[in-house]
Ligand binder design. Structure first.
Ligand code: ZN
Length: 159
């Protein structure tokens, strides 16, 4: 196991990162007010456009860059919409545009979705990622770097 700290971001480094994502100048996601995120670089656990821009950055360094949909959450899939009768929703779910849902398919697998439109009979639900089709402006700050341990690499996650 390597004992010295990595000087820059490369594969198998555990990155502690603060980030803010803006779309059209509006903050859509941020670690501000939360813990920074931690992940192993090079495993594709974060979107391509973020991971590729981090290589070579040092602890304490900040950077701004733009990520296109193809390097982000992909394009909007117009087929990933569904019309669901209002009666199928539990009473405690507020039926309003923008509300995030976790739905189960026939196999019991969970799928994330959000409400786009509420009609008298039906609710239109979108299974696209809310940031699909969006060009994202990132601001990142590298908080800390360390080598992943052999066990962390084996498990493919941060301990
Ligand atoms: Zn583990």
């Amino acid at each position: 196991m390597k004992t010295d700290k990595p000087q820059t971001i490369q594969d198998d480094v555990i990155v502690t990162l603060n980030y803010t994502v803006k779309v059209d100048g509006e903050v859509v996601d941020t670690s501000n007010g939360h813990e920074p995120i931690e992940f192993i670089q090079g495993l594709g656990h974060i979107i391509d456009g973020l991971e590729s821009n981090l290589y070579g950055m040092a602890a304490g360094e900040s950077k701004q860059f733009t990520v296109k949909p193809e390097q982000g959450y992909g394009e909007q899939d117009p087929d990933a919409m569904a019309e669901i009768p209002r009666a199928e929703f539990p009473a405690d779910i507020p039926l309003e545009p923008g509300v995030e849902l976790v739905l189960k398919d026939e196999d019991g697998d969970e799928m994330e979705a959000h409400i786009v439109e509420v009609g008298e009979e039906n609710v239109i639900v979108d299974f696209n990622h809310p940031l699909a089709g969006k060009t994202m402006d990132f601001s990142v700050e590298v908080v800390a770097l360390r080598w992943a341990t052999a066990e962390e690499l084996d498990h493919r996650h941060v301990h």
